[in-house]
Design a protein around this ligand. Sequence first.
Ligand code: FAD
Ligand code: NAD
Length: 403
Amino acid sequence: KRKPRILILGAGYGGMMTASRLSKQLGYNDAEIILVNKHNYHYQTTWLHEPAAGTLHHDRTRMRIDSVIDTNKVKFIKDVVVEIKASDKKVILEGHGELEYDYLVIGLGSEPETFGIPGVEEHAFSIRSVNSVRQIREHIEYMFASYNNSEVKHDDYLTFIVAGAGFTGIEFVGELTERIPELCKEYDIDRSKVKILSVEAAPTALPGFDPELVDYAMSLLESRGVEFKISTPIKEVTKDGVILATGDEIKSKTIVWTTGVRGSSILDKSGFETMRGRIKVEKDMRAPGHDDVFIIGDCALIINEEINRPYPPTAQIAIQQSYTVSKNVKALLSGSSELEEFKPDIKGTVASLGGGEAIGIVGTKKLYGGSASTMKKIIDNRYLYLLGGLPLVVKKGKLNLFS
Ligand code: FAD
Ligand code: NAD
């Protein structure tokens, strides 16, 4: 008799941790575990603002999947998922054709939310993968190189617009303030010629976050030369810049789009019912109506019942969900129908501001500056520890905790 097949789609936080946990919890004969991912490496999405600005090499954020996952127990297939046919218990892959499953875990992550704003897909960059951030870093540097090598001085080459001042936008702007002075030096350009604009639709940066910490972050970033344009929705992106809701135009050759995320478009394409591309899961993390399909991470929508609104999609939640999902897959395999309910245990939120600075709330405690930055590195290292133990922390971790 064929072993039951567990198919995990996506090697992000959710997929990697589920594969890792199942490989430890199940014996060779219990199941066949297959992990599918479009690259042969796993990258840490939460670090991507750094290689995007060029303050950290992208190789620091990624690792070969077969160097972390026990390949005796998990078969890794490098391929792109094209469609999920849940009614046939099959997944269509770009290169390997159809793959059947008994249990499916979908962890394909998210895509940039454009809200259908014209020009975003064609003209804006986004911070979403190693490939996308490598292009941003190169492009920024190219703008510096191009500015000096043309007779006419194009100010728009040195205007960098970050659309959306949520956590991703703010973390990226923080890194830019570190990187721009280096580039100015390297390319003989006066710092005063360079503009970093953070354009936010809401009446404040980081809407919904602690106002005192938001003030701290904004003042710090302003002191490093960031210009905030608050209550300023962008209504269009063109090849020349952005057009604001007021009709005003800001000219720029670099627009980085960070106005939030939606779930992987594969879910919509596969006919699942979604909200902003995410599947509102049952308490046991299964897709409604599909007893053998679990959803994890940014593809899953879970509601915070205290405020009756969705939890923001985070790595923290994706990692926690992997514990419930792997436990529940194991329970189904052993014939049990008693599944665990997922309850997030939000430890806090810490956001980096670049240059050894950060802000955050951990438990009920507010953190600023250096102590918040140290905490951020501890959180990053903790994930590596959960995934690959101490050796992975030593190899890939942020070991310099205090700078
Ligand atoms: P991901 O980790 O994004 O992984 C998805 C995987 O699926 C990727 O490996 C991708 O290559 C693969 N994939 C996608 N489509 C396909 C396909 N069609 N076929 C095959 N493979 C595919 N959260 C926090 O908790 N704390 C933070 O400090 C934090 N900082 C962040 C900073 C930045 C700059 C960003 C962008 C996000 C941050 N987040 C943070 C959010 C966090 O990164 C996400 O919530 C988290 O990555 C979700 O994990 P996931 O497993 O769902 O998806
Ligand atoms: P977000 O939804 O948190 O922020 C997007 C911002 O863009 C909002 O402030 C919104 O008002 C603004 N916006 C929307 N449309 C706009 C427009 N047309 N013009 C100008 N501004 C516009 O999204 P994000 O920052 O991309 O983060 C995605 C997810 O990742 C979130 O769940 C976030 O919590 C998580 N994340 C966490 C961390 C951390 O914990 N350190 C860091 C990055 C991201």
